[in-house]
Design a protein around this ligand. Structure first.
Ligand SMILES: *[C@@H]1O[C@H](CO)[C@@H](O)[C@H](O)[C@H]1NC(C)=O
Ligand SMILES: *[C@@H]1O[C@H](CO)[C@@H](O)[C@H](O)[C@H]1NC(C)=O
Ligand SMILES: *[C@@H]1O[C@H](CO)[C@@H](O)[C@H](O)[C@H]1NC(C)=O
Ligand SMILES: *[C@@H]1O[C@H](CO)[C@@H](O)[C@H](O)[C@H]1NC(C)=O
Ligand SMILES: *[C@@H]1O[C@H](CO)[C@@H](O)[C@H](O)[C@H]1NC(C)=O
Ligand SMILES: *[C@@H]1O[C@H](CO)[C@@H](O)[C@H](O)[C@H]1NC(C)=O
Ligand SMILES: *[C@@H]1O[C@H](CO)[C@@H](O)[C@H](O)[C@H]1NC(C)=O
Ligand SMILES: *[C@@H]1O[C@H](CO)[C@@H](O)[C@H](O)[C@H]1NC(C)=O
Length: 733
């Protein structure tokens, strides 16, 4: 069964990832003799936009800063007839392909022959896009436009307008931590530029490492009379070399490049980076439009077939199409329900009407179909049970909206809320309004819903490998005996959860906290890719609904060992408290022990690991079930990261973005003090939800091994928390 499911997934992936199915772009052999024709379909990630529809926003493309999609084009900075001083000057924006692309990987142990420079294999890619830089009302244009490789799909930095091209700002320019590479088309001469009409290669700085004027080529980026240009960028990963070509729209790719330079992406950008465009205006302005864009990137398969398949799947998992207005509407509904305290039936009816009215919302299932799918909610189909209801396994016919798959049976997990209490409905709406809008390959996807018969049901993708705890602990409900999870899978799972967390905390259009991160909420699909689930408690931070007490009816909600110490005082979930829980997850994945466990006189895993770290024996904490089959550097990295995330002071914990970078091995492992610092309340530095990205800059001022935190925790757990072994929330999807 598992094998069949895997095959089905692979087919879906193939179908979705090669939508264009064209194997070559409109490129001829390049002047330097290199041909990128080795990039055949199947070994590449490719996408092609012949125009840009507003619906791509948030789906195919991430649009941030002052960028927009209008008039069939990407407007990297605004295009408006409104008063320029307000609407066109001092702008910066970015548009990036929604999914990151793997640009390099470490080659462990060298392999055969000559190990590549830096021990990394770097992907080749080629791209071609059509750009139109327009000067409104014929005034002198500025500042510039760039093809961009960035480590995140976040906003352009504050103050990146003007000469910073949406790439860096006065503080960050030149810092290797930017991990930014760009090819700029610059229309404003700065002291460091050759002229106001040039192409440049930018590495972490707007001061180019290579530049060339376009004037001798007869190209004017933004002439008085509108011009469209095609720009081709070819990157040879094995030669570590970039070439840029530019020609009038519809002209063939020229024989000689406008710019050619050495460039080692393996040494500069994040292993998984986002590709797209950035642009800015200053006191002078221009419109920066992209009209079409093709991209082909070589896929870097892992040396082991197994791992390669997993990565292929992860990259290709199709992203659903759902309405953005949903959250607002549902949020409003939640308020209305709260205020009017509607009765059960009336509320239920409105629920249905509200959800159904959302165009492109999740699929509505007939209650009878779900009852049939689950054998009338048969006990034997039960996958798990939690605070809000029971989860069943079931099989439904695939959605007719997908012609390729119509009629096929799909396995799903059906979450049945405990019979329509008002409480249940609020949970339902809260969960739906958030999940419905989240799109990430490491989040469990919502397939549909049903509210017939006064009962509320949510339908999710079925995760054939259950939850993480079932693979780590034989004591977990539904535990799966057999091979313990291998090291590579464990590392990949931690990475997956980290990237989901980074998405929730920083990359989604609202900040979302998960609030109940733990091993039983981390689901594993057929390829053992981690998928974070159970957003019943997730809330957008801005809505001021982060109090733990809100749904739990007083006291701290959560699971012992995952709750950050400050939560017993604030009763609020924050991004920092999510990171704390993530630290507990890392440690349990590495050590194969629960966060709350008795070992060597310690009551919490973190305290035991910290002691081993003090004694310089941290690696002794690694799960003996692995039988020594693990990478010591990576194990050290995970353990130190786990401790750094467990820092008693919220502001000292690394942020999700830094965590992702550390796991990608593109940032150093955090330094962890030998003794666990004391928990101090109130926190003297205040810093909740600050945007700083300092990783593990732990203070070593407090050196005491019996931390006051433990004392507070014990007190707190008596008052609020469930008994240690009793995991009330259970294993939901
Ligand atoms: C982009 O690719 C499509 C095919 O996928 C092709 O028709 C089109 O000409 C390409 N655009 C450019 C500018 O090369
Ligand atoms: C590109 O290749 C096509 C045929 O594939 C040829 O007709 C065209 O002349 C070539 N263009 C250049 C600039 O070499
Ligand atoms: C990349 O450069 C190497 C030489 O370093 C060359 O052998 C190879 O053919 C080039 N690959 C492509 C795709 O151009
Ligand atoms: C945009 O995304 C949708 C669904 O994710 C996909 O079907 C469509 O092909 C994509 N369009 C382009 C131009 O990539
Ligand atoms: C744009 O920024 C520059 C420099 O930061 C400033 O001098 C100018 O007043 C700003 N213009 C507007 C319209 O905000
Ligand atoms: C191995 O690679 C290095 C740097 O990439 C190069 O300088 C050296 O010549 C290569 N050696 C062989 C035997 O190819
Ligand atoms: C530059 O961006 C960083 C964050 O990306 C920010 O902390 C800093 O304040 C910005 N500097 C300026 C001058 O805006
Ligand atoms: C950029 O252009 C200027 C002026 O032509 C030149 O002096 C400088 O060396 C160039 N910089 C680089 C890094 O090529």
């Amino acid at each position: 069964m598992a094998v069949r499911f895997l095959v089905l997934l692979s087919l879906l992936v193939l179908a979705s990832s090669s939508s264009g199915s064209t194997t070559s772009l409109a490129t001829n052999a390049t002047a330097d003799g290199g041909s990128l024709d080795i990039l055949d379909a199947g070994s590449v990630t490719e996408f092609s936009f012949s125009n840009f529809h507003p619906e791509y926003r948030g789906k195919n493309l991430t649009v941030v800063g002052d960028a927009d999609i209008t008039k069939g084009a990407l407007q990297i900075t605004p295009d408006t007839g409104n008063e320029a001083a307000h609407f066109l000057t001092n702008k910066s924006g970015r548009v990036l392909y929604y999914a990151p692309v793997r640009l390099w990987r470490l080659e462990k142990g060298g392999g055969k022959g000559n190990a590549s420079a830096g021990g990394k294999k770097v992907a080749s890619f080629r791209t071609v896009f059509t750009v139109n830089v327009f000067r409104p009302s014929g005034a002198d244009p500025a500042e510039g436009f760039a093809f961009l490789i960035a480590p995140s799909a976040g906003e352009p930095p504050a103050g990146s307008y003007g000469g910073f091209l949406g790439l860096t700002n006065a503080t960050t320019d030149g810092s290797a931590a930017n991990q930014v590479v760009a090819v700029e088309l610059d229309t404003e001469k700065q002291p460091y530029d050759p002229d106001d009409n040039h192409v440049g290669l930018n590495v972490n700085s707007v001061v180019s490492v290579a530049n060339a004027s376009l004037t001798p080529r007869g190209i004017e980026i933004s002439p008085v009379k509108t011009a469209k240009y095609n720009v081709w960028i070819d990157y040879n990963g094995s030669a570590r070399h970039i070439t840029v070509y530019m020609a009038d729209f519809e002209a063939a790719k020229p024989a000689s490049p406008v710019l050619a330079a050495p460039l080692d992406l393996g040494a500069t950008v994040a292993e998984r980076s986002y590709l797209g465009f950035a642009a800015s205006t200053g006191t002078k302005y221009q419109l920066n439009c992209v009209l079409a864009w093709n991209m082909t990137v070589e896929k870097l398969d892992e040396p082991s077939n197994n791992r390669g398949l997993i990565l292929g799947l992860a990259v290709g998992v199709p992203v659903g199409v759902l309405a953005l207005g949903a959250a607002a509407a549902l949020g409003y509904y939640v308020c209305v329900v709260r205020r009017r305290k509607l009765g059960r039936d009336q509320g239920s009816a409105i629920t249905g009407t509200m959800i159904r009215s959302l165009a492109g919302g999740p699929r509505e299932f007939d209650y009878r179909e779900l009852r049939r799918a689950t054998n009338n909610f048969d006990e034997r189909m039960k996958l798990g049970q939690g605070g809000y209801g029971v989860v069943y396994r079931g099989t439904v016919a695939d959605d007719h909206s997908n012609p390729a798959a119509a009629g096929t049976a799909v396995e799903v997990a059906v979450k049945k809320f405990s019979r329509a209490s008002t409480q249940g409905q609020n949970d339902f709406l809260a969960e739906l309004s958030i999940i419905n809008r989240l799109r990430h390959k490491h989040l469990v996807r919502l397939v549909g819903w049903s509210h017939d018969n006064g009962e509320l049901l949510l339908v999710y993708e079925y995760m054939s490998n259950g939850s993480l705890d079932q693979h780590l602990f034989s004591s977990a409900p539904g535990s799966r005996p057999g091979q313990p999870l291998g090291w590579e899978l464990r590392y990949g799972i931690v990475q997956g959860v980290a990237s989901a967390l980074h998405y929730l905390h920083d990359q989604f259009d609202q900040r979302v906290v998960h609030r109940d991160l733990k091993a039983s909420n981390i689901m594993l699909d057929a390829a053992f890719t981690a998928r974070l689930g159970d957003f019943g408690l997730a809330r957008a931070i801005e809505t001021d609904k982060t109090s733990y007490t809100e749904e739990a009816g007083g006291g701290v909600h959560g699971t012992v060992g995952y709750i950050a110490p400050e939560c017993f005082h604030t009763e609020k979930a924050t991004r920092e408290s999510d990171v704390y829980a993530f630290g507990a997850v890392i440690l349990e994945v590495v050590c194969g022990r629960r966060p709350r466990c008795d070992i060597d006189g310690f009551h919490f895993l973190v305290d035991w690991v910290w002691r081993l770290h003090r004694d310089g024996r941290a690696l002794d904490a690694v799960d003996p079930g692995l039988d020594g089959a693990f990478d010591e550097d990576d194990a050290e990295r995970l353990l130190m990261l786990g401790l750094a995330c467990s820092h008693p002071t919220p502001a000292e914990r690394p942020k999700a973005q830094a965590i992702s970078q550390i796991l990608l091995r593109s940032m150093p492992t955090p330094a962890v003090p030998p003794f666990k610092p004391s928990f101090v309340w109130p926190a003297t530095d205040g810093g909740f939800d600050t945007m700083s990205t300092t990783a593990g800059s732990t203070s070593s001022t407090v050196v005491t091994s019996t931390s006051t935190w433990s004392g507070n925790f014990a007190r707190g757990s008596q008052n609020h928390a469930p008994a240690p072994e009793q995991d009330t929330s259970g294993s939901l999807v």
